[in-house]
Design a protein around this ligand. Sequence first.
Ligand SMILES: *[C@@H]1O[C@H](CO)[C@@H](O)[C@H](O)[C@H]1NC(C)=O
Ligand SMILES: *[C@@H]1O[C@H](CO)[C@@H](O)[C@H](O)[C@H]1NC(C)=O
Ligand SMILES: *[C@@H]1O[C@H](CO)[C@@H](O)[C@H](O)[C@H]1NC(C)=O
Ligand SMILES: *[C@@H]1O[C@H](CO)[C@@H](O)[C@H](O)[C@H]1NC(C)=O
Length: 476
Amino acid sequence: MKLLILLLSIAFVASQSPVYRREEWKIREKNAEILDNQFYEGIFQTRIDHFKPLNQNVTDFIYHVNANFFVHLGPLYIYIKDFRDNSTRFIEDSLLVDIAKDTRAALMTFDMRFFGVNRPTSDTSLENLELLTVEQTLADIATFVRFIREYVANYEYSRVILWGSGYGGSLAVWAKKRYPNLITAAYASSGAFVLSTYSFLPFDLLEYTLTPNLEDRDCRNRLQQAYQTLQDLIDEGNNELISSRFNLCEPLDTTDPHEIASLYELSVRALTNYVETYHSVGVRNFCLNMRAILADPLHSFARWIVHEYGDGSCFDHRFSALVDRHNDTEWGSYGTNTGQRQQYYLQCTQLGGFAVADRYTWIPQNVSLGHHLRKCNEIFGREFDEATLNSAVRTLHTEFEHSIEDTLYTNGNIDPSRFFGRLYEDKGISINIDYHSKSSDLGSLHLNDPYPLYEAKRQIDGLVREWSIFPTAESN
Ligand SMILES: *[C@@H]1O[C@H](CO)[C@@H](O)[C@H](O)[C@H]1NC(C)=O
Ligand SMILES: *[C@@H]1O[C@H](CO)[C@@H](O)[C@H](O)[C@H]1NC(C)=O
Ligand SMILES: *[C@@H]1O[C@H](CO)[C@@H](O)[C@H](O)[C@H]1NC(C)=O
Ligand SMILES: *[C@@H]1O[C@H](CO)[C@@H](O)[C@H](O)[C@H]1NC(C)=O
């Protein structure tokens, strides 16, 4: 799957990473100067199974810290990683790094259990993956916070602020809810909080994303026409034209609904990932490309995927290829390295959030919940039943739905996934950012940021500084 590999490399262009030393890091005196080489890799221990008293076995997890600014009594900023991110970039260069220079905070992060280097079991067999749940992950976060509070030796008063993007943002807020005494505040950038097994919204909201204003529906109309033509070609069984337009590695089997759903899903995902990365500039660029061959929107769309966005090599749309990439249980396989297998497991058992489409959505096609469940079934080699998944998703939702103080939620107004986010808040604060998609607010504040983004970052900056203030004698 060349296409998705390319998507990953676009989303995570690695900047030069500093060297993380495997040594103890030092807590420096108040007023110590700011340094630029205090990057450390450390180890903390966490229980393999937090919820079985008879199993007290622990495993070593690696964490990373940027202690360039940190001095005694400084706050602790912990970045909770999203799916598909095993990097340390947000503790090196981000809005919170800039804030940490003034507040003298330490910045830390680690890979969540089963992701990146933190692998509590010998492989990712279905049996071992039973240890991959939201609750176990939150308990690891709590273990890490206790560990780090002890490490900096001002256990009671440390200000601990969690932040994260996407799934990491959800975990940050959930951890604050579950462990209020350990965590001072949480900031979720494009986190998912309105959980459901499946939703039509991600596909439907693309319509809004592609409609910059009510008068200009050209781009939206062209994409709709493209998918209409695709549907017609499928109905006619014209697999040759489809295969050549999309440069498919294998011809499309127009009689197999899973093959069709898979082509549809991957092509829409290419567009949503692009918008996630490039925001309104990406939309503008895509819309220009949709006019490349004026008389033939499908041709324009396929051309964008193959040449402008993909790397020009053939597009492997096959359902079996997708299963094949994710059903290997060994560490080091494509699915386990990218964390996609683990992400599917969480979606298939607890998180849901599957994007579905049918003939009544604005771009006509079929991607049903049945298709997603079949994917779960084939990847993990067992049946996943809809009623059980519904109940698991509902339990998680109910557990964490209540609003709490000292939380911040940001969402992008052109993010097709924003309706899973918390767009309105009673007790915390929510900020919805125009012209931006997922997590545009994580980076440093720049004078040339578009106005809505600049304002959002200023507000975030103010809140994080407020949360970081060490409690004074009177307030205790
Ligand atoms: C804990 O680890 C030991 C040594 O690896 C192992 O023999 C034992 O079965 C484990 N206990 C449980 C309850 O998994
Ligand atoms: C899409 O769904 C409709 C009804 O739900 C069905 O009639 C049609 O055959 C499906 N098309 C494909 C390609 O699966
Ligand atoms: C993985 O999927 C491929 C393609 O569907 C299949 O041939 C293979 O047997 C599967 N492997 C396992 C371990 O299930
Ligand atoms: C992240 O994962 C990729 C793919 O497995 C790997 O090549 C890379 O070295 C990892 N990066 C870090 C910082 O662990």
